[in-house]
Design a protein around this ligand. Sequence first.
Ligand code: GLU
Length: 435
Amino acid sequence: MAELVQRYLDEILAEHADVTDGALADYIPELTRVDPSKFGLALELTDGFAYESGDARTQFTIQSISKPFTYALALDRIGHDAVDRKIGVEPSGEPFNEISVDDRTKTPKNPMINAGAIAAVSLIPAADPQERFAQILDFYSACAGRPLDVDEDVYRSEKASNSRNRAIAYMLQSFGVLDDDPDDVLDVYVRQCAIRVTSRDLAEMASTLARGGVHPATGRRVTSAAAVQRTLSVMMTCGMYDTTGDWVTSVGMPAKSGVGGGILAVLPGQLGIGVYSPLLDENGNSVRGGRVCRTLSARLGLHFLSVTRESRSIIRATRDVAPRVRVYELHGDLLFAGAEQTLRTVENDRADVDVAILEVSKVDDINDTARAMLAGMRESLTAVGKEGYVVDPDRRVIPTDGRSAGAVVFGTVEDAIAAARDHVEIQAGSANRVG
Ligand code: GLU
């Protein structure tokens, strides 16, 4: 069956193979020496299964696709607040190498332009530049699932033609954004841009982001979910140079391109994509890479804002199992909207029901918000002499740790019904005594 997907990808690549528009990046001299005909695509699912098409194993330098990863590393190491003090999250509306900071905050507008990316490098805690670079390389390698290395020729070439980024680094120092020596920070930045990857590596790195920071093949967490959420947000709003609005509209995946010719795109929860073709448009984006992403998104339905179906009811069935005791069978993903629907239904039934039993063994997924809402539901029921129980045989949905505080959980529906009957009886008894 995998051949079917492979065929889709091969066809999409073939459709764009003849496009020769665009030009090699030439402001880093070494980049003019790459083979312009190379064209590779890889797509990796969040379970680690990968497809490759064309020159998916051709190596090229990561360039600006490094930016989201160093930003994620900084967020992970020193936290959002410390990062926010030095780098904004607003689209800049300026070229990626603009020598500017935000008028008001005097910090780089976002981490996807060079100023923000150089600042992000400086935020990785390290004793010296070597250690800082080693951490960056280790992190990228952990995301790619193999040890990456540096293209020394590209590194030297950019280093020798780097006046603009030096200007940016010194400007950042003058505004107090860089605490360390600007040349040291810049050296690490240039090295990180020269890290070699393949389309396959990019797909794996993208898939790690798609899985919220868990490496798809090893299942190992390499960064926090919070860092990934923030990074993907900034990629969405600032990732594709000056064409981000068009990209979001037509492709609909957080992405980052680099002047080396790569594009990395992420469909959260589903997959990661890596494309390589070094001929760039006037904005610095790979021409064929961009076209492939557009076609993939349209043909495979990957736009993250496409509403594929209205959300189905989380309550599959209800049944009255004893006088004033009702079981609510829940299924699917129990997130905010599903928990809200459950609470509202139980609330509406309050005149007829004294004990609501939520059967959650068929729930696929639940988040902390929904857990807290279920616990809160019981609280409001007990406040008026009623009860709310949960049936969760393997404690998969309502774990035994502190997150489920307040929930009363049973292993079987029968046990919950027995407890519910007792509750109804006790309530009736005390009502009679009062009467
Ligand atoms: N090393 C390049 C620079 O800083 C990366 C630029 C890019 O890929 O956009 O100019």
